[in-house]
Design a protein around this ligand. Structure first.
Ligand code: ATP
Ligand code: MG
Length: 290
């Protein structure tokens, strides 16, 4: 199964002085099970795109097909509830949406809303808390007495407890410290690889896009410019710079080395260890001479 987007166009406040073309004829297909990141300059349409995937926004033109759900312009989304069960959305700063007295109640809210029994919702709350690596003792705590990173995990657990097949994330690491940042990305990677969730994540961090995704979608002014493997996307430095984007740090480093030695290093690498190893070998060869 896959997510298919055909000719998706979205205009905010059409026929008004504030009319704004946010998405312009997007065509893309995303097979289930992939980890996709979306990058693009601010205002390029990333959040607008995400919000179409669970029916929060409706297309002005075009359609979105997710399994047996179809979202088209000018008609009500059928089975919106079941679509939202399958496609879970984590907004930016999801902790702002916590509201119950205890962590347990907060995580149970989604499953109960989608028709689970109390017992099942409670069971899922425990499981989801474990998935986000928080101890069981947190269930009885108030979500408002936790650190920012912990609150974010609770909010994500609340979505996971609904057992979505697709997880949509809008800049999920914004404002986290470096450790929290890495831990949460490792969690998404685990959910993708071990639990089979499809992940679609917007990020402004090129290193994360390079390291975690199967494919990167690059957006600009409401259009999808390129969708490909990170190795291909991040080899196009001129294109990315033109779009106001950057390349991963390892790619900057490799470029400096290749400029310094007047040789083209074209191998795209994103992991520090791999890059160090590659450069060490390169220097070794340089020392030996041609
Ligand atoms: N509710 C709205 N009403 C009118 N215009 C909007 C609305 N939301 C977004 N826009 C406009 O649509 C365009 C795309 O916005 P969107 O929020 O999708 O961009 P983005 O890529 O997520 O940006 P960022 O990186 O800043 O989050 C922008 O020009 C924005 O000003
Ligand atoms: Mg956005």
């Amino acid at each position: 199964m896959e997510i298919t987007v055909k000719h998706l166009t979205h205009i905010y406040q059409p026929n008004s002085p504030f009319e704004r073309l946010a998405l312009d004829d997007i065509n893309v297909s995303i097979p289930f099970g992939k980890f996709i990141t979306i990058i693009g300059h601010t205002g390029s349409g990333k959040s607008s795109f995400l919000q179409h995937l669970n029916g929060l926004l409706k297309p002005t033109k075009g359609e979105i097909i997710i399994g047996d759900h179809k979202i088209v312009a000018d008609s009500k989304v059928k089975d919106l509830k079941s679509l939202r069960q399958r496609v879970g959305m984590v907004f930016q700063y999801p902790e702002h949406q916590l509201f119950e007295e205890t962590v347990e109640k907060d995580i149970m809210f989604g499953p109960l809303n989608f028709g689970c029994t109390e017992d099942e919702a409670r069971r899922r709350a425990r499981e989801a808390l474990e998935w986000v690596h928080l101890p069981e003792s947190f269930l009885e705590r108030s979500p408002f007495d936790l650190s920012g990173g912990q609150m974010r995990r609770v909010a994500i657990a609340g979505i996971l407890a609904i057992r979505p097949e697709v997880l949509i994330l809008d800049e999920p690491t914004a404002g986290l410290d470096p450790r929290g940042h890495r831990e949460i990305l490792d969690l998404f990677q685990w959910l993708n690889k071990e639990q089979g969730l499809t992940i679609i994540m917007v990020t402004h961090n090129m290193n994360d896009a390079a390291l975690y995704s199967d494919e990167v979608m690059v957006m600009d002014k409401g259009r999808l410019v390129i969708k490909d493997r990170p190795e291909i996307v991040f080899s196009q430095r001129e294109l990315l710079f033109d779009l106001g984007l950057d390349i991963p740090q390892t790619m900057h480093f490799l470029k400096r080395v290749s400029d310094k030695f007047g040789k083209d290093i074209v191998t795209p690498l994103f992991r520090l260890e791999e890059t160090a190893h590659y450069v060490a070998q390169f220097l070794e060869k340089e020392k030996d001479g041609p």
